[in-house]
Design a binder for this molecule. Structure first.
Ligand code: C2E
Ligand code: CA
Ligand code: CA
Length: 536
């Protein structure tokens, strides 16, 4: 080959390679992206079902524990009535029954079983060490249509049983959108409790996600066809190839831009902190049993120079992600000390709630900061109520140590948004907590025909069984106040009493509450803010 021709060939090859590289690269990249997105969808589905399964198992376990006391004396009209009542009020449970130690079903929520029938129960232990046993679906003897039975052995060796449907474990899960071979399986101690769909027959063709269920030795598996996972990519491959390098470049630029934007937002947060752009608002906390204001929850707001007042929902997640939450909380505690110190010092019955992030729980500094700030402003440590979501209760020794130390300091600890994190009772019990804040969704469900309305009662019962004081969040109506008060919930917070207030307004609220009573404070506050009238 002539030298010149060789040169030309090399040039062409190089050009083709250079042109093809971005095309191949972007094809490969987008395929991986699509696979990752599909994998993430499977992971998310498995996580959601696992949370659901834990809630159901927990609810069943709670229903059994809840009846032990009454059931100890054997079958009676009272027990049947209670069974019936519990069956109606606890969504997952379809029926309750009493099985004698010789294995005869003696009564159920339907009535007496006369003569008692053999229950043919071959219990199988769940290795979480609890007293709950499960029966394989195929062996279920009584109640037709009921497929899973949880049994609880009482001290007198008789059994309490709760029946629940396998569908309750997978409620709300939809296989549509997972292709032809979408598949879901729920297992407990190696036993299949529920399945939906059929898996791809060839193992190598399946893409799957597995999620363990909290304290129960249960597992949720979700799988789909590999072909399903790459389908969106296949459909667009031509376009991707066409756009080639440009797509890759755009993606790369896009990612860089996004990264920079997030970075600059968190930089803006730090700057805002330095420039004192944040404010603390206070939402009154009401003692429901005595109609008194007992303090407030401190809620942060951002008075952004170019935007309106920014609510925390828009920046807390980013503050947590970027670590700014640590100096931000420190600033907030100091501000609370400065604004509320004198009031707290003169009225030891007032508490201020401070929200903590998961990052605080692996870092003992919060304990020292609280001690120092309390000392500096003459606040008694028990007047600080740290609020921590279930998400923050991580199973690490440091976390328990931080909670223990806060307790030793005298501060109080509440579990926030309770009921939304799907932590089990057994898990929560491991931590030294003082209060449980019942999440808004359960309060909002009161009086409605939603399944959550029945769960509200279960959540209150759970709090009671843990021996914790309760705070209901997001209380908006008179009917909710009535319901919560009747059921012995200790405290409440919500728009019916007051929205979050600036420091001066909160001090006025407390003053009127002390001088003229709660109703006057609530009415004055609604008048001032043009909101709905409060409770009479
Ligand atoms: P949260 O701790 O659950 O706070 C309660 C939220 O519910 C507040 O929203 C409050 O204004 C709102 N709320 C109160 N009563 C009612 C009601 O009757 N109905 C309804 N629909 N909502 C009500 P906000 O102030 O926007 O705070 C949102 C979340 O931001 C808080 O939820 C908390 O998780 C977080 N947050 C706020 N301040 C801080 C902070 O200083 N540190 C940390 N780590 N998180 C904070
Ligand atoms: Ca809170
Ligand atoms: Ca909350």
């Amino acid at each position: 080959m002539k030298r010149r021709t060789r040169k030309a060939v090399i040039l062409v090859v190089c050009t083709v390679v250079i042109a093809a590289l971005p095309v191949a690269g972007s094809l490969h990249y987008t395929r991986q992206q699509v696979m990752q997105t599909s994998q993430a969808r499977l992971d998310e589905a498995a996580t959601l079902v696992a949370q659901r399964v834990e809630t159901v198992l927990l609810t069943v376990e709670a229903a059994l524990a809840d009846n032990v006391f009454v059931a100890r004396h054997g079958c009676s009209e009272a027990l049947i009535r209670r069974f019936r009542d519990r069956t109606f009020s606890i969504p997952a449970v379809q029926g309750l029954g009493y099985v004698t130690k010789d294995g005869k079903l003696a009564c159920t929520s339907y009535g007496m079983v006369d003569p008692p029938v053999p229950a043919r129960l071959e219990p199988m232990t769940t290795p979480n060490g609890s007293i709950v046993w499960f029966l394989p679906p195929a062996e279920t003897a009584y109640a037709p249509g009921v497929t899973i039975i949880a049994l609880h052995r009482m001290r007198n060796d008789n059994w309490l049983g709760a029946a629940f449907a396998p569908e309750s474990l997978t409620d709300g899960f939809d296989l549509d959108g997972f292709g032809n071979h979408g598949y879901l399986r729920v297992e407990l101690a190696g036993l299949t409790l529920a399945t939906i769909g059929t898996p791809h027959p060839v193992a190598g063709e399946r893409l799957g996600a597995t999620k363990e269920v909290g304290i129960y030795e249960a597992q949720v598996q979700v799988s789909a066809d590999r072909a399903w996972a790459v389908e969106p990519w296949r459909q667009n491959a031509l376009v991707i190839a066409g756009v080639g390098g440009a797509a890759g470049l755009t993606l790369a630029l896009g990612a860089a831009h996004l990264g920079r934007k997030r970075l600059s937002l968190s930089a803006e947060l730090r700057e805002g902190l330095e420039n004192r752009e944040f404010e603390v608002w206070y939402q009154p906390l009401i003692d429901l049993q005595h109609d008194r204001c007992r303090g407030a929850e401190a809620l942060i707001r951002w008075r952004h120079p170019e935007r309106d007042l920014v609510p925390p929902d828009l920046f807390i997640a980013l503050a947590e992600e970027s670590g700014v939450i640590i100096p931000m909380t420190l600033w907030l505690m100091q501000e609370v000390g400065r604004q509320m110190g004198p009031l707290l010092a003169t009225d030891p019955s007032l508490h201020i709630g401070v929200n903590l992030a998961p990052a605080h729980m692996t870092n003992r500094e919060i304990v020292e900061d609280a001690r120092r700030i309390a000392g500096e402003f003459g606040i008694r440590p028990h007047q600080i109520l740290f609020e921590l979501t279930e998400r923050g209760l991580i199973d690490k020794p440091e976390c328990r140590e931080v909670i223990d130390e806060l307790g030793r300091l005298g501060a109080e600890v509440a579990i926030d948004d309770f009921g939304t994190g799907y932590s089990s009772l057994a898990y929560i019990e491991k931590f030294k907590l003082d209060y449980l804040k019942i999440d808004k969704v359960f309060v909002g469900a009161i009086g409605r025909d939603a399944p959550a309305a029945r769960l509200t009662q279960v959540v209150i019962d759970m709090a009671k069984s843990l021996g914790l004081k309760t705070i209901a969040e997001g209380v908006e109506t008179e009917a909710q106040v009535h319901y919560l008060r009747e059921r012995g919930v200790d405290y409440a917070q919500g728009y019916i009493f007051s929205r979050p207030l600036v420091a001066d307004d909160f001090r006025t609220f407390v003053r009127i509450d002390r001088e003229q009573g709660l109703a006057a404070a609530v009415a004055q506050q609604h008048l001032e803010h043009g909101t709905a009238a409060g409770p009479a």
